[in-house]
Structure formats: C-alpha cells, structure tokens
Design a protein around this ligand. Sequence first.
Ligand SMILES: [Zn+2]
Length: 514
Amino acid sequence: MNRTTAALLVATALACPAVLVAAGEPVNQTVIAEIKTEGFQHSSVMDTLSWLSDVYGPRLTGSAGLEKAAQWARDQLTRWGLERAALEPYGSIGRGWDLEHFSIAMTAPTYMRITGYPRAWSPATASPIAGTPVVVDVKSKDDFAKYHGKLRGLIVMNGRPAPEDIGFKPEAERYTDAQLKERESRIDPALHGPKSYWDEEDEFVKYLKDQTDVWKFFADEGVAALVSPSSIPEDVRVDGFYDREFHSPYPAFVFSREHYGRIMRMLDKKVPVTLSLDLAARLTDHVEGFNVVAEIPGTDPALKDQVVMLGGHFDSWHSGTGATDNGAGSAVAMEAVRILKAIGVKPRRTIRLALWTGEEEDYFGSVGYVQKHFADMETMALKPEHAKLAAYFNLDNGAGRIRGINLQGNEAARPIFEAWLEPFAYLGATTVTTANTGGTDHMPFDAVGLPGFQFIQDPLNYESRVHHSSLDVYEEAVPDDLKQASVIMASFVYDAAMRDEMLPRKPLPKPHKK
Ligand SMILES: [Zn+2]
C-alpha cells in the first residue's frame, strides 16, 4: 500500500464507519484508478474479441482454427510484454474435426433452405444424402425396441418438439437487485449449484453415456443420417456430440425448430418430403491438446514463486464464432493482463494467464493443467506447486458484466472480496455469495482444494439465445460490459498478487473414491 492510499483509507474510514471492513483489507486505490483509466479509456478488449471470433473463430477443440487462434493469442500476449507465452501441451484429446463445407435443404415438395448445422465430429458424406426422412422419438434405451430393424439407410429425425410460445419473455436480462440479494443470502453453497467437482463430473458422465447409448443405437440400426431439432427457438444450438470412444459412422445435423417442425408436420400428413444433406469435413486422429499460458513475473524475492492465475476457456462450439462462449472471457482475461502491463505494475507474486481448451468436452485443458502442476485429482497426491498457488479467477458465463463473485463455500475469502469489489460498487459489482457455481474451469482447482473462483455475470441473452448457438457472434457482446469485467479482473489479480498472504483455502478434499 502506498502512502496516498493509506491516507485515503484512513480518511474514508473516519468519514464513514461502513468502510471499516474494507479498510481492514488494504486496496491500493491509486493503482485501481490507473487500471480503470487504462481499461475504460484505452480498451483493446473488443479488438481482441474480434480477432478471436471474427478472424480465428470458431475455435472447436481439435480444429485447425483453434490452433491458429491460440498462436495469435500467444503472439499478441508477447507483443504486450508478457513473458513465457506458450502453447502448453496436456496430452491427447482424441480426434480433431474441421468443417469444410455443408449444404442442407428440403428439395420436395417445394424448395426450402434449411437453417441448421452439422454436429461436430460428423463424418463427411461421400455424396449428398437424399431421401424422405422418418420421424422417431428415441430418448432412452426404453424406446429402442419400437424402432429396431426399421431405420436402415434412412434419414432419421429424432424428437417431436412442442411449439414454443412466440417469445413474450425478454430475451436478454440483467440481474435485479432482488435476484442478487437472494444469491447473497444463501447459506448452503450447494443449494443451487454442484456439491463438488466429482458430483458434477459423475452427472456429466452419466448424461454423456445416455446420449451415447442413443447415438450407438442409431449406428447399430444403420441410419443414413440423424437430424435433431434445436433446443432453442429461432436459432440453432449445436453441441454435445463428442465422445472419446464413440466415433459416429453417420453424419448428424441440428435443424432450427421451425424448419424441423414444418417438415415433421408435413410428414405427419403423409406429404412426401425430400431432404438433401451434404457435408465435407476433415477428421484427424490423435490431436494433442494445449492451453495458452503467459506470465507477468513477480518481483518480490520472497513471493515471486507464488502464482496468481486468471483465465477462462478458449475453445468454442462451431456454429457461431465462439464470441461469448468463451471469446468474451478469453478477451477479458487477455485484456486484464494487457492493462496491468500497460500501467507497468510490478506485482509481488507472479501473475499467470491460462486460456484452456477442451472445456466444452469435459474440462480437458484445466484438468490436464491441474493434474500436471498441482495434484492428482483422484488420489489427492499433492505436487510442490500446490503450495504456491494464491488463487485462480475464471470468467466464462458470456459477455455480461461482473455483478460479484461466488465463494464456492470459502467463507474466509468473503471480507477480502468485499474489500476488492468496493471500488466497483457504482458499476453494479457488489455481490459476494457463498454459492457454488459449476460448469467451468475453476472446478478442477476447487477439486484439489485450491481457491478457484468464477465471477457472477449478468445473464444477458446467454442461455436464451447465444450459448452454443449459431448466434454466438461478436454482435452479441456488450463493449461496456467487457470493459467493466476486464478492469475488475485486472484489479482482483493485482490485489491477489500484492496481498501479504495468499488467499485462504478450504480444507483439503479427501481422495476420490470410485
Ligand atoms: Zn463456456
């Protein structure tokens, strides 16, 4: 803490007893102001996002696009003055897939250009598949017998979506004060979130297994192609067709609900419909996974071996350009370290950025990193670096501004984060909640007892529209929100790098029993 700040804190504390808590956790207001000036008045975050989405998106794990994006990020970080920028390998991710061309249409009884996308890892078609589709409804094993032996060589449309309402609810929203208050008042971290990494993982593995059983059924039945309706209206959400073991012999497509519904209703009326499906894609065996890493080295001889990490996942799905999931979080994390370099901070601890890949498939990158650097997640055998990680801050819930932070049950961190958020109260970032949140890369850190945190972000239209959809594009990002998030992330990382102590930790988890 410099002298100006100390004086300021004392003055504020005297004038207003409410900030005494904040005064107990020193915050260097001079540096925070410099971070704000750089991040709000000289921002690069939207330019970075445009490179990551417009130029190098989408960034599907295992695709050539992802690798080019990562190389650009590494080089850009180096240009900004970060050190040791690299693509750090974490092992094989299985197969790679690059989309080269596709066309999908209804060709009879009239022509309709279909809004839809192939699922990633679909094999190419040797020539366009044309035919009259059949509509089935296979959700689980219980439905297999009904269709057994009846689907060979057919284009199968799976599912009978009910029409949605026409959209009386607003698509994009910000958290209301009441919603934030409700989050803040929770006392059970796991009430609306996962109990633990393993809880979430077990659930995901089961979901994947159930899905794979259905996909395998269609493979055994010898279908020509599989079509599913989009899970959201007016747009195409395409994800979840990845399995390390199951290599689909047929191509799969997702159609917009509206086009899928039209075809389904015509088939119900016995009107013959012809579909034409064509796909050119390149499958690659044994792609090596990597994370993008870069550092601002620490300067305090006693603390520089300790590390504060920030990041988010860098990979995306493939129908949009991955602008909000998670180009936004990646651009914000990159912007945070750019800001810190630009204002010339000399952090006591080392600040390390990590942009993960393989998150969408099952946290491949962050799990790989945690296992390599910190601990065996199963046995909880710790590595020396485990003792040196001060904290990890993750951003990956779309392009909404930061409204606060989830403690993941780490109550000892509450007064610290309250103090760190105080300079951003006027920008709506006030909520510190004990709640667990899952679904992203802080979870593997949490699994080995390291303080890993994900911020609370305004939802905007993330779930309703852009998440994993073809509208996950640059236009859906809100510039002021990303500037706000960048400045808060830079400040948190700076605060964590300068603090006398590392961040408090929860008790070490026990080894995981299968
Ligand atoms: Zn994501």
